[in-house]
Design a protein around this ligand. Structure first.
Ligand SMILES: Cc1ncc(COP(=O)(O)O)c(C=O)c1O
Length: 373
């Protein structure tokens, strides 16, 4: 299913109505219960997979300097960010759409399928934004289980594709499990999907993964008209609060997304664009974040090994942790001690711990030890 622009635009009024009727609690907003609210004071926020090192000094400097241009629309900076991304991934600017976080792309795709009364196929648990938006707009959601290692099981997913399937959502590495797929397996899977089925690969955490950028599906964009990749500057790039992400796909899909999203590509303003451009030029910062994140993870792994807590080795900046060695109210009890961790409703038997700075993970380990059972 290529994205048909006319159909999409015709349905836009219906889309707005569907969203209004369904309510607007945000993609995985507080009201849906997925996110822990911030608490008073300065809690240790190990719940939203934010980068504790960002933004980079280069981003802060660039934003401060750019403020004097904030009276102008940011078109030139969109061009600049696209040029930098094109160079980094050996693609063309027309393969890119810059958005206000990757949430925007996921929600657009979910609505697109929903309005056509199509089916989104995915493995679960995974990042729920597209599913939620799709469901609200009328999509059927088909979920298969993850494999026993909490990874997407590609054969199972492939076997579940039917002539009802409109879009397959693959999150790699996966949130909330932190697991990563072998690059070649995922490439073969993408190539095996019929051309009339869209595939969205969400690569929000790709820089943290073992494969790194080599694990991206970006090299398939030239050959596959049905592939859309979602990326974000919210994680390794340390810019979650500025809201900037992007889609990578063929020019036809990019145009269709562009014509449907808010403000014809002006949803990211000056500040996120200049911050993203500066951080793209500061790959040392990215490397530092990845390597310090590994140090933080190791502190938690060491404690878990010692306590016999089951967990999945993480290719991200969070650890999917079996709940059973901890008090059943560990989340509330940690919160009382000023540390936020999380659990989504569908994360049976698991909690998710985001990785902060090594010293913060040391604190986490010392506090959580009190809640071992
Ligand atoms: C897998 C995944 N995709 C997308 C997002 C959304 O990121 P943003 O909208 O900040 O780009 C997140 C945020 O946590 C995520 O974990």
């Amino acid at each position: 299913m290529a994205i048909n622009r006319r159909e999409w635009i015709q349905q836009s009024l219906l889309a707005s109505a569907a969203m209004l009727v369904a309510g607007s609690t945000g993609a995985y907003g507080c009201a849906s219960g997925f996110r822990e609210r911030r608490i008073e004071g300065e809690p240790l926020q190990l719940n939203w997979n934010e980068n504790p090192y960002g933004p980079s000094e280069s981003a802060i400097k660039a934003v401060n300097e750019a403020m004097k241009n904030a009276n102008r629309y940011p078109d030139d900076y969109i061009v600049e960010v696209k040029e930098k991304l094109s160079k980094l991934y050996s693609i063309k600017p027309e393969n890119l759409l810059i958005t206000a976080g990757s949430t925007e792309i996921l929600s657009l795709l979910g609505q697109h399928v929903g309005l056509q009364k199509g089916e989104i196929l995915t493995a679960y648990p995974t990042f729920p934004t597209m599913i939620q938006f799709g469901e609200r707009a009328g999509a059927t959601i088909r979920k298969v289980d993850l494999d026993k290692n909490n990874r997407f099981e590609l054969d199972r997913l492939r076997n579940a594709v039917s002539n009802q399937t409109s879009l397959i959502f693959v999150c790699n590495p996966n949130n909330p499990t932190g697991t990563e797929l072998p690059t070649e397996d995922l490439k073969s899977f993408c190539r095996s999907v019929p051309e009339n089925v869209l595939i969205c690969v969400d690569e929000a955490y790709i820089e943290y993964s073992n494969a790194g950028l080599d694990g991206s599906m970006v090299s398939l964009v030239g050959e596959m008209p049905n592939l859309i990749i979602c990326r974000t500057f919210s994680k390794t790039y340390g810019l979650a609060g500025l809201r900037i992400g992007y889609a990578i796909s063929n020019a036809i899909n990019i145009n269709a997304l562009r014509n449907r999203h808010l403000g014809f590509e002006l949803s990211a303003g000056w500040a996120p664009l200049v911050a993203a451009a500066a951080t793209l030029d500061d790959q040392e910062f990215i490397q530092m974040c990845v390597s310090r994140n590994n140090e933080g993870k190791q502190i938690v792994y060491n404690a878990y090994e010692q306590w016999d807590v089951k967990y999945d080795r993480s290719s991200t900046n969070f650890i999917y942790t079996r709940h059973d060695r901890f008090d059943k109210n560990v989340i509330a009890k940690m919160r009382e001690r000023g540390i936020l961790i999380t659990k989504w409703p569908d994360m049976h038997n698991h909690i998710r711990i985001s990785i902060g700075k090594p010293e913060e993970m040391q604190t986490f380990v010392e506090v959580v030890e009190d809640f071992l059972v």
